[in-house]
Write a protein that binds this ligand. Structure first.
Ligand code: B1M
Length: 213
C-alpha cells in the first residue's frame, strides 16, 4: 500500500499499529490539514459507506473514530498558528441528541489556532445549556455542529430558542447532514437572525473572519 492508502486504512480498520510513524512520514510531504482532509477523511468516508451497508457495527466505527482523534491530536502541534490578538469568542456545541464531535473538535482547533477564543460545550448540548453558557461567556458567535439528519431540525429549534431568549449573535452551522441549501443564511422562514453554513473547518474560519473582523 502507498502511504496515503495506509493512512486511510488505519481509519477503516480502526487500528493504530504503525499509525504514528506513517503520520510522521506524511508530515514531510503534506500539511497537517491536508493529511486530515485527504487520506484520513477518505478513510472516514469509507467507514460511513461500510456502516451504511451494515458491514461495520457501531463498536467498530468507534474504533475508527478513535484513530481519527488520535491522528488529529498527533497532527495538532504541527499546525500553523497565527500570532494574532484575540479576534472574538465563539461558543461551540454539537446539538442535542447528537454525539458526533470529531468535526466540531477540528473546527475548534482551526479557530483556536487562528486567534479565536473557543468555549467548547461538548456534545448533545440542549438549547438551555447554550443559553446559560451565552449569558456566562458573552460570545461574539455561536457554532453548532450536527451530523444526523434530525440534527438539522434540532438546529432550527436551537436557533429559535436562542432568539426567544433574546440572543442575537451570528450562528455558524456545519456538519454532514446540512447543505448550503438548508440554511441559505436563513435557518427557517420564521427565524430572522444571521445563520451561516460552513462546509468544513477552513470554511468556518473564513466565515468567522468575515463576520467578526
Ligand atoms: Co455516526 N452516523 N452514528 N457515529 N457516523 C454518521 C453521521 C452516518 C452518516 C453514517 C452512515 O450511516 N452512513 C449516520 C447518520 C445518518 C443520518 O442521520 N443521515 C450515522 C448514524 C446513523 C449514527 C448512529 C445513529 C448509529 C447507531 O447508533 N445506530 C449513532 C448516533 C448517535 C447519536 O448521535 N445520538 C452514531 C454513532 C457514531 C459513533 C459514536 C460510532 C461515531 C462518532 C464518534 C465521535 O464523533 N466521537 C460515528 C461516526 C464516526 C460516524 C461517521 C462514520 C464519521 C463522522 C466523522 O467523524 N467524520 C459518519 C459517516 C460520515 O460522515 N462519513 C457517521 C469526520 C469529521 C472530521 O467530519 O464531522 O463531517 P464531519 O466534520 C466536517 C464537516 O462536516 C464540517 O467540518 C468538518 C471537516 O473540516 N463541520 C463543521 C462539522 N461541524 C461543523 C461545525 C461548524 C463548521 C463546520 O461550525 C460550527
Amino acid at each position: 500500500l502507498t502511504l496515503e492508502e495506509r493512512l486511510a486504512s488505519y481509519v477503516v480498520e480502526g487500528t493504530k499499529e504503525g499509525l504514528t510513524p506513517d503520520l510522521s512520514e506524511a508530515l514531510s510531504k503534506y500539511s497537517p490539514l491536508d493529511i486530515i482532509n485527504g487520506p484520513l477523511m477518505k478513510g472516514m468516508e469509507e467507514v460511513g459507506r461500510l456502516f451504511n451497508a451494515n458491514e461495520l457495527i457501531v463498536a467498530e466505527v468507534l474504533q475508527s473514530a478513535e484513530v481519527m482523534k488520535a491522528s488529529v491530536s498527533f497532527l495538532e502541534p504541527h499546525m500553523e498558528k497565527a500570532e494574532s490578538a484575540v479576534k472574538g469568542k465563539i461558543l461551540l456545541a454539537t446539538v442535542k441528541g447528537d454525539v458526533h464531535d470529531i468535526g466540531k473538535n477540528l473546527v475548534e482547533i482551526i479557530l483556536a489556532n487562528n486567534g479565536y477564543n473557543i468555549v467548547n460545550l461538548g456534545i448533545k448540548v440542549p438549547p438551555e445549556q447554550l443559553i446559560e453558557a451565552y449569558r456566562r461567556e458573552k460570545p461574539d458567535a455561536i457554532g453548532l455542529s450536527g451530523l444526523l439528519v434530525k440534527s438539522a431540525q434540532q438546529m432550527v429549534i436551537t436557533a429559535q430558542d436562542l432568539r426567544t431568549a433574546g440572543i442575537d449573535v451570528p450562528i455558524l452551522v456545519g456538519g454532514a447532514a446540512l447543505t448550503r441549501k438548508f440554511t441559505k443564511n436563513r435557518i427557517s422562514p420564521e427565524y430572522d437572525g444571521l445563520v451561516l453554513y460552513a462546509k468544513d473547518a477552513m470554511d468556518g474560519l473564513d466565515i468567522a473572519n468575515r463576520i467578526m473582523n
